[in-house]
Design a protein around this ligand. Sequence first.
Ligand code: MG
Length: 393
Amino acid sequence: MNSLPDNFNPETGLAPYAACDAVSGGRHHAEPAPNYRSEYQRDRDRIIHAAAFRRLEYKTQVFVNHEGDLFRTRLTHSIEVAQIARSIARALRLNEDLTEAIALAHDLGHTPFGHAGQDALNGCMKEYGGFEHNLQSLRVVDELEEKYADFPGLNLTFETREGILKHCSPKNAAELGDVGERFLHQLQPSLEAQLTNLADEIAYNSHDVDDGLRAGLIEVEQLNEVPLFAAQYAEVTQRYPALSQRRVIHEVVRRLINCQVVDLIETSTARLSEAQPANLNEVRKQPQNLIAFSDSMRERNLELKRFLRSHLYRHYRVHRMSVKATRVIRDLFIAFNDDPRLMPDEAQAHVAILRSVTGDTGQARAVADYIAGMTDRYAISEHHRVYNPGELT
Ligand code: MG
């Protein structure tokens, strides 16, 4: 029988391999320890008070924000990820505050209009180093948020920043310094970062099923060809034969989340008790992630992802919105990069600073920062204001 270690810290209740203040890699700008809060609580609090966090409310996950009030936005998605990640962290005696900070910050760098927006901006930035939402999330917390007197950005701890940077090319890793190093030396991130990454997957796979059904883009009959969904659906309808379809779907979605979370906790517990890392440093040196799904759950999960890709993300109504979004992002980039004076004063000032350091590349990066920070509705109205002569500026 696999079980968690019994030598957890009596004061914090954490496992020996959990991240904690005592082993933290610290902040770029040294600060006195917080009163009445842990370092990761302070990170979480700074993220919640960031402007980029508030903008998540009006950014798309799959459905554009104005398509309906019931669909997930990046804000509700981030909160769902934090909820799932914290449950897993608590069960594994890992650091809940750190997982919450990573979960709430993980999508801060997303452009408006979801993946269509990211791909369009990446295309615009091709000659200037590209655009990657994951790197942009780090850029938001390291540089773009300007709130504190003593430092740029939010000055978060190493572990929160490392958790935000889920993937990274060797070229970017070399430029990033501390948080890039693990990609160059094949080291693992903290267990909290590993689990938050998988909590993200559990959240979006499950809620995209829910939102897709609500939007009428996918049907229960189609989803019943996906074994993970079919198993939960059969269980719910057998147990509650007279239940309304809406409640059946909700029961199925909560079971989808639950069965993946339980599998992840049990598989990870087994791996942790086999590897027995003595501390966070040993976690980093493991040949593989210790937080993982079982092989069969990973397969079930892939089937669901494949289904969503072919039936939901490529549905013509989603595709139409993606094409429109691509046009808006490209048009805005072209207009602003050709003539930065079309941008608001604050954005122009940002262009001037980056331009003085790296010329055209710096200017393009500042334009990308401005566009990436927009909400869906702000991008649409900026597009009207810049391109439509009948529109007030
Ligand atoms: Mg996400």
